[in-house]
Write a protein that binds this ligand. Sequence first.
Ligand SMILES: *[C@@H]1O[C@H](CO)[C@@H](O)[C@H](O)[C@H]1NC(C)=O
Ligand SMILES: *[C@@H]1O[C@H](CO)[C@@H](O)[C@H](O)[C@H]1NC(C)=O
Ligand SMILES: *[C@@H]1O[C@H](CO)[C@@H](O)[C@H](O)[C@H]1NC(C)=O
Length: 297
Amino acid sequence: MSTMVPVLLSLLLAVGPAVSQDTQDGPYSLTYQSSGISEPKEGFSSFQATGYLNDQAFFHYDSKSEKAEPLGPWKQVKGMEDWEELSKLQKARGDFFLKNLRDIMGYYKDTGNHTMQEKLGCKLRNNSYDGSVWTVAYDGRDYIRFDTEIPAWIPLQPEALNTKVKWETEGSVHRTRAYLEEECPQKLRKYLQYSRPFLDRQDPPSASITSNVDPGSIRTLKCLASNFYPQPISLYWTQADSVVETDSWGEGPISENGTYQSWVLLKIPSSDKGPYSCHVQHSSLAQPLTVPWNAGH
Ligand SMILES: *[C@@H]1O[C@H](CO)[C@@H](O)[C@H](O)[C@H]1NC(C)=O
Ligand SMILES: *[C@@H]1O[C@H](CO)[C@@H](O)[C@H](O)[C@H]1NC(C)=O
Ligand SMILES: *[C@@H]1O[C@H](CO)[C@@H](O)[C@H](O)[C@H]1NC(C)=O
C-alpha cells in the first residue's frame, strides 16, 4: 500500500492540468473598462474604453480617434467583430458617459477637472453565466454599482442616490440586468469562438538568476521567470533540497505580447558560496524548471 502512494501521486501530478480542463471549461470573462475626464488636456481624449477577454486587452477606443481598434493577436482575427459598428457604439457610449459625468459633478457642485471610471462585464464557467460586474467610480472613489440579484443600482456615496433615481426612472434596471445576464454572455460566447487559442494558450517561462552584492556585503539573488502565460506561477529557492524562505517577490503587468514575468529575491551573506537553486512551477511545464546558482558561477 505505502509503495503505491508515490506512484499515484506522481500520476496525479502528471495528469492534473488535463483533468481540470476536461471537467471544467473556463472561467472566461468579458470586461469593459472605461474612463472619462471633464477637462482633458488640449489634444487628448475625454473618453476611452478598453475591452478585455480574461486578462488580455483585445480592443481600445478613444474619443480622439473615434475608432475602436483591435489589439495584439486580435489584429489578425477576421470576423469576430465589426470594428466600424463597435466604433459607433463606443462613440455613443462615450457621449452618454460624459453626460453622466457632468450630472455627477452637478450633484457635488463640482467644477473643473474630474474623472469617472467604469468597469462592467460578465463571466462564463462551463458555458454558463457565472456572475457579472458593473461599477462606477467618481474621482477614484466607488460611486454606484449594479446588483443583479435585487435588481437595482446601489448608491455607494450619498450623492449617488440622485444617479440611482435618474437611471431607475429612465427604466435602466431591467435593461441593465438583461445586458449583464444575457447579452454580455452571448457576446462572450461569440468572441470565444475566435479567441480560445489566445486565452487557453500555455507559454512556458524561461528562468534566469542574477546576483548583486551591495556595500553592506549582502548578496541579493534574483530569480526571474519571464514570457509565460497564464499568470499563476510558483517560484521558490532551495538549498540542499530544503526550501529557503524568500525575502521578497514581485510580478510584472501583462506585457504588450500578452506574457507575464515574476521574480523572487533571496538575500545571503556575500561570503555564502551556495549552492542554491531556484525552482519554477507553471501549468505549461510537465516538470518544474530548476536553475542552480553558486558563487563560482
Ligand atoms: C462542467 O461540466 C462538466 C461536463 O458537463 C462536468 O462534469 C463538471 O463537473 C462541470 N464543472 C463545474 C465546475 O461545474
Ligand atoms: C484632468 O485630469 C486628467 C486625469 O487626472 C489628466 O490626464 C488631464 O490632463 C487633466 N486635465 C488638465 C487640463 O490638466
Ligand atoms: C514577448 O516579448 C518579449 C520581449 O518584450 C520577448 O522576449 C518574448 O519572446 C515575447 N514572447 C512571446 C510569446 O512572443
